[in-house]
Design a protein around this ligand. Sequence first.
Ligand code: XIL
Length: 333
Amino acid sequence: MLFSVIAAVQKRVGPDAKPLPGRALRDVFAPRYVGTAVDATALDREPGYREVLAQQFSAVTPENAMKWAVVEPSRGKRDWSGADALVTFAARHDQRVRGHTLVWYAQNPSWVESLPADELRDALREHIRLTVDRFRGRIRDWDVVNEAISDDGGMRRWFMLDKLGAGYIADAFNWARDADPDARLWINEIGAESIGPKSDKLYDVVKRLVADGVPVGGVGFQTHTNLDGIPPSFAENLRRFAALGVKVAITELDVALPEPFTAADEDRQAQIYEQAGKVCREQPACVGVTVWGFTDRHSWIPANQPGNGDATLLDGDLNPKPAFTAFQRGLRG
Ligand code: XIL
């Protein structure tokens, strides 16, 4: 009894939601969507986080809750708790869900990495089938293949490529389509915003998939950036992908600042958020923009890029930073 009282008290943590200026992001960019990555623990525990999430965003992406290492940590033992909680929340708040991600070199369970080729192929097919099928009709967009290209413009070398060859990409798309013929299926890439070796390779891969009748419906540009900003060729790059007949989207936008940051850094960050919104708005094939977290309280940057932080729209207390109104402006035009 005492324990459940303590647990209930402990569950209400985090800052309160504050009133945010202007119209909600989700209204500003409608009918296109504005999404965010969602931290499963914050969703579970923080009422202020949930309030801002529901009010501002029309799409959600699980930051980690659908990754293979999370949904099947040991073989055949599946845990959908985080994924289910997010999909339920999204339905309640009229949000679309971007499923993320079925095939990626990182965050795989260790039992998968050691499988011989034939078993690996079967396990991947089963993972895709069960995951997509579980949310059929509730997830409209799936990041099927994530970060498959290397920075120098080749295929990324990892155990899936080594064991199955480059055909794992087409197989993954076909298996996902079989599990939900109505979902739009995405290839998602990091650091491919500018025209250059990496995006050229991505372009060739997508062009080939489309020509082969593989059901790739969209190309996601993560757009993890910093004070270097949005590359000048991003708009032109989006245009050439759109000309292949696929949709495009900004899928993981954030703008990391070096710590300690200055007011000038925050103003520059605001401009970069504005530009990102504008690039999507001006490209008709761009279906939406997703930020990779909306509060500095929950951002992957400090842990993953030591010495950097403050990458999101709201500070750790859910107060708006200059980036918030600038992003609104970029989306609205
Ligand atoms: C990141 C999460 O934000 C972190 O919490 C986790 O520790 C590592 O993965 N590209 C992607 C995302 O496609 O899935 C990654 O998310 C960030 C880079």
